[in-house]
Design a protein around this ligand. Structure first.
Ligand code: SAM
Length: 201
């Protein structure tokens, strides 16, 4: 389920060229894409990544690789449904949001809850919820910040009218909506399974 290596490098490049200090990832799995982005934050000790993931099992593996690469300390993880976490972040300064394995109590939910401050949000979880993720991430994103959506070609099905299943339709609809939405500059790149870049105007 992880992104292919060329997309990992692409995400890394995005973090580097935007000097991203605040990155949110929706859908962590075994931590490959988060590892790629966190490694690109090397020179900035104030840069952090917030991973939202509903399944604890792959996170255990992710944590091992983050440790090995020396980036664990710059990654916060919130375990749970990403929609619920993003909604909770938007309320009361994120007071109810707690981090996975935050033994030292260093997780600063109010820092993550600050509107208009996130540089990059990488969306790679439940495909049918992408629209909701984008709407919930929008207020957190700074002007000029970028939402990166994975799997927007959905193995080519999005471009093939023969396919009308619910997931394909929802991704197709989202691509069209974002393309026409004045609040975003939208670009679809045919790398990996299709990557959409949506820059907040
Ligand atoms: C495609 S994988 C992510 C791969 C990862 N970005 C990478 O490239 O290494 C999708 C992940 O999203 C998680 N996920 C699915 N629905 C979710 C939800 N509602 N909230 C949070 N995470 C979710 C799954 O458990 C899975 O680990």
């Amino acid at each position: 389920m992880q992104v292919p290596p060329e997309q990992g490098v692409f995400l890394q490049m995005l973090v580097e060229i935007t000097n991203a200090r605040k990155v949110v990832e929706i859908g962590v799995f075994t931590g490959y894409s988060s590892l790629a982005m966190a490694m690109a934050m090397n020179n900035d000790k104030h840069a952090r990544l917030l991973g939202l993931e509903s399944d604890e099992r792959p996170l255990v593996l992710a944590e091992q690789y983050w440790e090995k690469a020396g980036v664990r300390s710059r990654i916060d993880v919130v375990l749970g449904d990403a929609v619920e976490t993003l909604r909770a972040l938007a309320q009361q300064d994120g007071q109810d949001v707690t981090a996975w394995k935050d033994e030292s109590g260093e997780f600063d939910a109010s820092w993550w809850a600050q509107p208009g401050t996130v540089d990059i949000a990488f969306v790679d979880a439940n495909k049918r919820a992408y629209d909701e993720y984008v709407q919930l991430v929008y207020p957190l994103l700074r002007t000029g910040g970028v939402v990166v959506l994975d799997n927007v070609l959905w193995k080519g099905k999005v471009a093939d009218p023969e396919h009308a299943d619910k997931t394909t339709e929802s991704i197709r609809q989202l691509n069209a909506t974002l393309f026409h939405d004045e609040r975003w500059t939208y670009s679809l790149l045919p790398i990996g399974d299709g990557v959409a870049l949506c820059r907040k105007r």
